[in-house]
Structure formats: structure tokens, C-alpha cells
Design a protein around this ligand. Structure first.
Ligand code: SF4
Length: 507
């Protein structure tokens, strides 16, 4: 499918292989069973308190995202890491490819990461001549199969052990029996060589701790630790929504994530990575890069209802309880994120023109919201997105990336040229006067009306430079003198003009 193809959910459903619903339900019911046990031990009252705490932490972070991302950047840099900001998938891929070229990387190993799936990093690296291998068992299997993930945490959930054995036999040239232990052993042998030979390790992160610049990576196979410590170079690609304020927050979220995802009290491995190897460390990468990925997330933030989509901690339990997902599996959604979270995230990241079918791929039974560990109101968001599909995506139109790019460039130019800024500020006061209503500009003419269709724009206020100058008595005196000087200058120019005019008339 091309990047711009419309996702036709109904057509995709027609192509779901007959065995998929059974394979999917087998895995999801197992996870739901183990989840029920561990949540039962916590007790409903305490579980609901934890869910509310998780929701509050994530919402607080979203409300102050700029602050926590800035802190994160400072602390990653302080620990010796290098931070890159990627506006979109193109930019993120370019950053990683540049790092790979700079270090002459030939082989890369990758831990499971939805953000790198989102930007199509594997294809870009392989096209650039970097041999790139997924090391999470499920991801390794679907990489061999040449398909995308079918579930957020169990990427190969749609496959049977017989299908995996055939795949290993065909692609790895081994005689693989349909026995899970033997299949794991075959994969482990292959991956062990790759960890040791790789020049670059790539990972995502479950959380990024702003107070210390630490990445938290949760895995059950230990491959995350291998990817981030054995190769001499570690590059992490993480969505900006994954930042959390501090370790207290991580403590709460780590109580929710593994219980909801796999029904474990805690996952087998939880790695905390702060910067590259230090002088006293025995191992670890010599260089660490963190690519902070926006790719539409700041656009999601702009709608006060749908923005809660970004609270997601990617546990996957909403997929496990969803009757639609259980019936069709992940590939029918035609996007990296599937199930209820995919039905609300994909249309916001990809646009409703492309993924507008997905909010309708739901029975609105509400089970996803009842199970979501951070209490995302998925049904409300689905309804909001359905409205957006029917009425046209004004949020998207109002925030067209080209308009934002032009606007920010003009703004940056004006702000860095003081005379232009001062002149512009004075002009703005006159120009906006007929459109101003109670300190706001509710209706701007085209093309600026694309912004005011979705929200009003605050009227241009006091000239900051004027205010700054006048804030002290000495400054006020200087302003008076300046005004006097400008007045005298204009009077002088007028006098000279009048004199020249009078002389011309005389001649
Ligand atoms: S929306 Fe909620 S339930 Fe679904 S993956 Fe995200 S955190 Fe988990």
C-alpha cells in the first residue's frame, strides 16, 4: 500500500485468512485470563486508584509537554547523549541514516519499537545498505514473513506454530519443527551472532524520565538490553508523548503496564538507560542518540477531546477485549497501530482522508475504555473522530503543515530583525483593529481563516519592546527622550521638505 492510499477497512477484512480469528482469540483470551488474576490480587479499589493515578500523571505531562521535553533534552545532554528532534517520519529516517553513515554502520540490531514501525525505519536502513534485524521474537518472525505487526505487544499473534515452523524452514534454511521451544532456540542462535556483530543498536522506549534523561525499556526476552548495550552505538527513536516527569510516575505506570499487557506483575526485564557508557562502566555504547519523534503528535494535542489518545502506554489490552479486533486481527486496520487504539490514533496521525474508515471499525461496546489502564475515553474519541470524518477535518485543515511552516518562518525572521519586528508590531495594531473582539480575533480572512475555523486567535497585544523599556523609571525617561527625538526628527524632515518645496515653487 502506498503511503497515501485510503485505508479500506471493509475490503481488508475480506482478505483476512480463515485461521486468524482463532489464533488471535487464543492469545488474547490467555492474556485476559492472566490479567484478571494479577488485577484480582491487587483488588478492584486499589486498581481503580492506580488507573486514576496513571491517567492523572499522563494528562499532567501532556498539559506541560514542552516543559518536560525541555527538561528531558537537558538531562540527556548532561548524561552525554545527543538529542535530535524529528518533525515527521522523513526527518526521523534522515537523522538515523545520517548517524549510520557517519559511523559507517553495516549491521544493525533492533529492539521492538512501534515508533520505528511508524516511520518505516527498517526499509530505509535496508535500502541504504544497512543489514537490519529485528530481535524481539515476534518482530523477528514478522520480519521474515515480510508483514507488519498484527498486535501492539504480540506482533505475530496471527500466526500458528505450524506457520512459523514453515517460515523458519523456508527463510533460515533449517529443519524447524512446529514446537515453540525449538523455534525459540533456532531464533536465539541466529540472534546471538547478530548482537555481537552489530555496529548499531536501535530501540524505542516505553517511557522517558524527564528528571534524569533516562529511557525505560520493558521487555520479556532481554533483547532490549542486548540491543542497547552490546553495539558501540545506540540510537533510540521515541514519540514525544512517551515522556513522564519522574521516577515516581514510572513507579505507578510500571504497576499498570505489565499487568494490563501480559498479566504479569512485572515484566522479565526492565532496563533504565541514562546516556552512553561512563568512564567507570564496563560495557555499554560509546555514543547514544535520542530521536524525539513528533510525526503528528502535536497536531493530536490541539483537540481537547482527542488529545487523550496520547495518554496511551501501548499495553494492548484494548485490542485483547475488542470484539472487532478479535474477529479480524491487526492487519485489517491497514496501519501500524491496530485495534481500538489504532482506530483513534491512526486517523489523527495519518489524517481522516486516509484513515477515516477506522473510527467506524468499532461496535462502541466500551470494553476498551473499561480495561484501559490509563482511562482513555476511547468511545468518546471514536465518536468525535466520526464527526470529523463526516463534517470534514477542520483541525487538519486549520493546521496544514505548509501554512504552519510559512507562518513560523515569517515569525522567526521578524523576531530576529528588531526594526522589522517593531514596525510589524505597530502595523499589526492598526490592521487588526476592525477584526478585534474582546481581545480576540475570531474571524480572519483567508488564508488565515483556516486557523480561526478551529479556534480564535488572541489579538496582538502590547508591543513587548515598548513594555520592556517602560518597566523602570529610567526606561520610561529613555522612552520619553526617544519619542522626543523621533518627534524632532519628523519635524526636521517636515521642515526640510517644506523648505525644499517652497524653493522649488519660487524657482
Ligand atoms: S489505549 Fe489504553 S488499553 Fe489501549 S493500548 Fe493504549 S493504554 Fe493500553
Amino acid at each position: 500500500m502506498s503511503e497515501l492510499d485510503h485505508i479500506d477497512f471493509r475490503a481488508n477484512v475480506q482478505h483476512v485468512p480463515a485461521h486468524v480469528p482463532q489464533s488471535v482469540r487464543k492469545a488474547t483470551s490467555k492474556f485476559l485470563g492472566t490479567r484478571a488474576n494479577v488485577v484480582g490480587i491487587v483488588g478492584d479499589e486499589r486498581w481503580q486508584q492506580l488507573r486514576q493515578a496513571g491517567h492523572d500523571i499522563r494528562l499532567h505531562t501532556l498539559d506541560h509537554l514542552d516543559y518536560y521535553l525541555t527538561r528531558l533534552e537537558e538531562n540527556v545532554a548532561r548524561a552525554g547523549g545527543i538529542v535530535h528532534w524529528a518533525r515527521d517520519a522523513d526527518e526521523a529516517r534522515r537523522i538515523v541514516l545520517d548517524i549510520a553513515h557517519e559511523h559507517k554502520v553495516k549491521r544493525a540490531v533492533k529492539a521492538k519499537s512501534m515508533a520505528t514501525e511508524e516511520i518505516g525505519l527498517n526499509h530505509a536502513l535496508i535500502d541504504a545498505g544497512v543489514q537490519t534485524l529485528e530481535t524481539d521474537l515476534g518482530e523477528f518472525i514478522i520480519q521474515l514473513a515480510g508483514v507488519g505487526p498484527s498486535h501492539i505487544i504480540v506482533p505475530a499473534v496471527h500466526l500458528t506454530k505450524e506457520g512459523i515452523a514453515d517460515l523458519f524452514t523456508e527463510k533460515l534454511g533449517v529443519n524447524a519443527p512446529p514446537d515453540p521451544l525449538e523455534l525459540c532456540a533456532i531464533a536465539r542462535t541466529k540472534l546471538r551472532e547478530e548482537f555481537l556483530a552489530a555496529d548499531m543498536g536501535i530501540s524505542g522506549a516505553n517511557f522517558m524520565v524527564a528528571e534524569s534523561g533516562t529511557l525505560v525499556i520493558v521487555t520479556n526476552e532481554g533483547n532490549g538490553r542486548m540491543c542497547t548495550t552490546l553495539p558501540p552505538l545506540h540510537v533510540a527513536v521515541v514519540g514525544i508523548d512517551k515522556v513522564v516527569p519522574d521516577f515516581e510516575s514510572v513507579n505507578v505506570l510500571l504497576k499498570l503496564l505489565p499487568r494490563s499487557a501480559t498479566g504479569q506483575k512485572m515484566s522479565t526485564y526492565t532496563s533504565f538507560i541514562t546516556g552512553p557508557r561512563r568512564a567507570t562502566d564496563e560495557g555499554g555504547p560509546q555514543e547514544f542518540h535520542l530521536v524525539l519523534l513528533d510525526n503528528g503528535r502535536t497536531r493530536v494535542l490541539r483537540d481537547h477531546v482527542t488529545r487523550e489518545t496520547l495518554l496511551c502506554i501501548r499495553c494492548g489490552v484494548c485490542l485483547n477485549v475488542c470484539p472487532v479486533y478479535n474477529h479480524v486481527g491487526g492487519h485489517a486496520y491497514g496501519a501500524v497501530y491496530s485495534g481500538p487504539i489504532g482506530a483513534i490514533l491512526a486517523p489523527q496521525l495519518l489524517g481522516v482522508a486516509r484513515a477515516g474508515d477506522l473510527p467506524f471499525a468499532s461496535s462502541l461496546c466500551g470494553a476498551c475504555a473499561d480495561y484501559c489502564p490509563v482511562k482513555i475515553p476511547i468511545p468518546q474519541i471514536l465518536l468525535r473522530l466520526r464527526h470529523r470524518v463526516v463534517e470534514g477535518d477542520q483541525i487538519e485543515a486549520a493546521t496544514a503543515s505548509s501554512a504552519i511552516r510559512v507562518g513560523t518562518r515569517v515569525g522567526a525572521f521578524a523576531l530576529s530583525h528588531s526594526l522589522l519586528y517593531e514596525f510589524g508590531a505597530r502595523m499589526m495594531k492598526f490592521v487588526q483593529a476592525p477584526l478585534r473582539r474582546d481581545g480576540w480575533l475570531p474571524n480572519l480572512p483567508p488564508p488565515a481563516n483556516r486557523w480561526t475555523m478551529a479556534r480564535p486567535l488572541p489579538a496582538f497585544g502590547a508591543d513587548f519592546r515598548d513594555w520592556f523599556r517602560k518597566r523602570t523609571p529610567a526606561g520610561r525617561q529613555r522612552v520619553q527622550k526617544r519619542k522626543l527625538g523621533i518627534g524632532l526628527l519628523f519635524a526636521g524632515i517636515a521642515a526640510v521638505g517644506a523648505f525644499l518645496l517652497a524653493r522649488r515653487k519660487k524657482d
